[in-house]
Design a protein around this ligand. Structure first.
Ligand code: URA
Length: 447
């Protein structure tokens, strides 16, 4: 067996056998397959796809490429939540503490930014002192103490995915259903959670652009989870427009804290209540998703969620006083409205790319990010604007980055004379019980 013939086979659209996938993953893990051959296979997979059997094999082999964590000695139903990636998606920082405040054991491993989307680990590391590379003993101790810890994916956990994830990020091979499903589920299966809530994003800023393909991704991941003995469900949420108003690492932590303090934007808040409610239900602490949402809302209103967030930050060495004192990014600029009227659309992918250009994300895997860089949206779709009014503020590391971010952002905004029709933020719930739609099936492109 050799990589050349495996690449050739996939290029022709044929199905790979389990042992070919195992050979590939073993070679990625031990470094014997060079990046150029791995990248070629990833591109062939992107173009020709993977069937269900190949997705299962890839998931199992990547999960087995490193340690399979056991969280058995921790109390409760260990419940994880994972987003397929979005712009302004700081939901983990809010829904995880809310769920923990309601008694869910949250022992969560998160990733870094990928493509135009941000990652929870990068966001948390914008808090001075916050440690995401916890040893297993530190992680377990933090979960025992507070019922919550959020750590980075360690080198030993699904290391094949870690290498593939970094390569996909720089070879335009992120947006493949099979690669996304196997990447996410391999980490979830290896990270020892008993229950998994998937936040599958759809829209311009998501890897899954339409609701139908988001549902297909959700169904694939739910199947992998259930077959592997994990209680798995999904929520399909909107990512046409960035979530909330802040994009960029420190800016997003700030906005998450505003929500936990009882304020913050409505779209972000309602998405987090839905996700926390789903986690509480999956953990068996509520009879339905709706009852879970009620519990999450109470934890938000009482301040219990904020208390959990603070406890988590302190247990992981973070200094919130130093965070509050962080300066602004080196350079700031604004985007003025091009005309009177309404914001009709704000393409989340373009906004994510603008934030990346400002310094908030990586364009190459070895790039350093600037925790202070990002964007604050002063206007969002549906809101009225006057020509020249500020639509967004851009925070960048230097003048060159600022100018690039401004140029990309300006092209992301569409205006209209009348208020646009906006869809809800939560589009559907999917689980072993079936699919519950919050939009018309016709609008979802399902009929
Ligand atoms: N998140 C992941 O963990 N993997 C992907 O491939 C995409 C989003």
């Amino acid at each position: 067996m050799n990589m050349y013939s495996i690449i050739e086979k996939k290029k022709r659209g044929q199905s790979l056998h389990w042992d070919e996938i195992a050979y590939f993953i073993k070679g990625v893990t031990d470094g014997s397959i060079p990046d150029y051959q791995t990248s070629a296979l990833l591109m062939a997979i992107c173009l020709k796809g993977l069937d269900e059997r190949e997705i299962f094999a890839l998931t199992a082999e990547m999960a087995g490429s490193g340690e399979i964590v056991s969280l058995r000695d921790l109390p409760g139903v260990k419940t994880d939540k994972h987003s397929t990636g979005g712009v302004g998606d700081k939901t983990t920082l809010i829904c995880a503490p809310l769920a923990a405040a309601c008694g869910v054991t949250v022992a969560k491993m998160s990733g870094r930014g990928l493509g135009h989307t941000g990652g929870t680990v990068d966001k948390l590391e914008s808090i001075p002192g916050f440690k995401t590379d916890l040893s297993r003993a530190e992680f377990t101790a933090a979960v025992r103490k507070n019922g919550i810890a959020v750590a980075g994916q360690s080198g030993e956990l699904a290391p094949a995915d870690k290498k593939l994830y970094a390569l996909r990020d720089v070879t335009a091979t992120v947006d493949s259903l099979g690669l996304i499903a196997s990447s996410i589920m391999s980490k979830k299966l290896a990270s020892g959670a008993d229950a998994i809530l998937l936040d599958v994003k759809t829209g311009a800023g998501a890897f899954m652009k339409d609701v139908k393909s988001a549902l297909a991704l959700a169904a694939e991941m739910i199947k992998i989870g259930l077959i592997s003995g994990k209680n798995t469900a999904a929520v399909i949420t909107d990512m046409d427009t960035p979530l909330g108003r802040n994009i960029g690492n420190a800016l997003e932590v700030r906005e998450a804290m505003e929500v936990l303090a009882g304020g913050g934007p409505e779209d972000l808040k309602s998405t987090c209540i839905e996700l926390a409610g789903g986690m509480i239900w999956l953990a068996g602490l509520a009879e339905s998703e709706d009852m879970g949402c009620e519990m999450a809302q109470k934890a938000l209103s009482s301040g219990a969620g904020m208390e959990k967030f603070r406890a988590m930050v302190s247990a992981q060495g973070g200094d919130l006083a130093a965070f509050e004192a962080l300066p602004k990014a080196a350079k700031t600029g604004v985007i003025p409205a091009g005309q009177d009227g309404f914001i009709a659309a704000m393409n989340a992918e373009a906004v994510g790319l603008a934030a990346c250009a400002a310094g908030a994300g990586r364009e190459k895997k070895e790039d350093e990010i600037d925790p202070l860089a990002g964007i604050i949206l002063r206007k969002k779709p549906g809101e009225a604007v006057k020509k020249g009014e500020t639509v967004a503020e851009i925070y960048a590391s230097n003048d060159e980055k600022l100018a690039r971010a401004q140029e990309i952002f300006a092209a992301a905004v569409k205006y209209s004379a009348a208020p646009p029709a906006l869809r809800p933020h939560i589009l559907a719930r999917g689980s072993i019980k079936g699919v519950t739609w919050f939009i018309e099936a016709e609008d979802a492109g399902i009929q």
